[in-house]
Design a protein around this ligand. Sequence first.
Ligand code: SF4
Length: 321
Amino acid sequence: MFVPHLGCPRNCVFCNQRSIASPHEPSAEEVAREIESALGRSGDGAELAFYGGSFTAIEREKRLAYLEAARPFLRDGRLSSIRVSTRPDAIDAEIMDELHRYGVETVELGAQSTDDRVLELSERGHTREDIARASELLKREGFTLGLQMMIGLPGEKPDGHITTARDLVRFGADFVRVYPTVVVKNTALEDMWRAGLYTALTPERAAELSADVLEIFEKAGVPVIRLGLNPTEELCGEVAAGAYHPALGDMARGVLMRRRAERVLPPYRHAKEAALFVARGRTSTMTGQHRCNLELLEKEFDIGRLKVIERDTLEGFEVVI
Ligand code: SF4
């Protein structure tokens, strides 16, 4: 259930929920109707997610009405659990009690960065300490913790994305979502960009930086369940600049695999032919769009022809030769 902008105490510089989504605020009855119809499509045992705003900061009466609307479906087992997205400064003991009572099992926090200066320039209104504290509370209370980060926000240092990713691992993320910054029209970030005060990421640069954090999360065993904004029709006409590309996730994973290949290829420089072994289903990621990864590697290592072969014994982004 999309709850656009509800509970948001401010406008973060990069966000204009009203321009990327219908501003319609669902009523509790609509939530119940939507659950019913979604269960018809997905079958029983689905998870209900409230996203798009700051769920735990929505006024109490409305928040409870939403949770009450979901209750009968949880009771009869048609819904398995509930997930909510919120801000790190909107979590406390009372809220967690309420979430437990209503069957919420997963909480996603929009962390975005763990650099206080970046958070300030983005007008997030919370600090790194808020993220650390909320994460600790949620983990201690047994919630599944999702943390969202952005890359390329105003004021981010060259290795700021790496620091943020390491912090999210340290804070105990069970999964993460990574969003390289997109300049959406009618936002403060668009004004900053037009005034020359902010340099937008290109999709290519965003893929390189995203590969850095993919590496960190993969090593730590933290799943990245989303990389890049969903290419929705509403968003399409609203992008002014930045890391918007429908295949950004594939591009980033391709960069990561190309880097892995670069580590194993040096002994095969000038070879006539060589084969890269990858996990099942990873051929296209290794090959890259229009064979771009392989062509780059063939040139870099002066190899006549590179082949990609899948092996059941390999996992994730492993590349061996
Ligand atoms: S808290 Fe989230 S939904 Fe609210 S303005 Fe900021 S980014 Fe947008």
